[in-house]
Design a protein around this ligand. Structure first.
Ligand SMILES: [Zn+2]
Length: 116
């Protein structure tokens, strides 16, 4: 049991959110108090939402950049991975793979200059 620092009610540990920086690994206030505070504070809510969004955008941008750097540094390996993926697809669903390559070659023909 742990006593909430806000409402003063003693509750089981599972009623407290986890927190990596506290000694017992839980927040000092209970989940109910946390939710209540969150609900009553639209500014905080907007902040949390905005920071989550920003982090998500930053993370995916960083991931993309890292990916591009890797591809630039390992062009051979990248092509190899593409080949392996195609092979795997063909093995998993030969019918669909044939269809896909048929469509791709039709597209190539359509894009090629006439009479060539
Ligand atoms: Zn509480």
């Amino acid at each position: 049991m742990k006593t909430c620092s806000r409402c003063g009610i003693a509750q089981p540990f599972t009623n407290f959110y986890r927190h990596s920086r506290t000694r017992d690994g839980r927040q000092s206030h209970c989940k109910d108090c946390d939710r209540k505070r969150y609900r009553e504070d639209p500014e905080r809510r907007a902040q949390v939402k905005a920071s989550k969004r920003r982090r998500h955008l930053e993370d995916s941008a960083a991931m993309q950049a890292q990916c591009r750097r890797w591809v630039a540094a390992n062009p051979e390996r990248w092509r190899e991975i593409g080949r392996l993926g195609k092979q795997r697809q063909r093995a998993a669903d030969p019918e669909r793979a044939r269809e896909t390559s048929r469509l791709a070659s039709r597209k190539r023909r359509a894009l090629a200059p006439r009479g060539a």
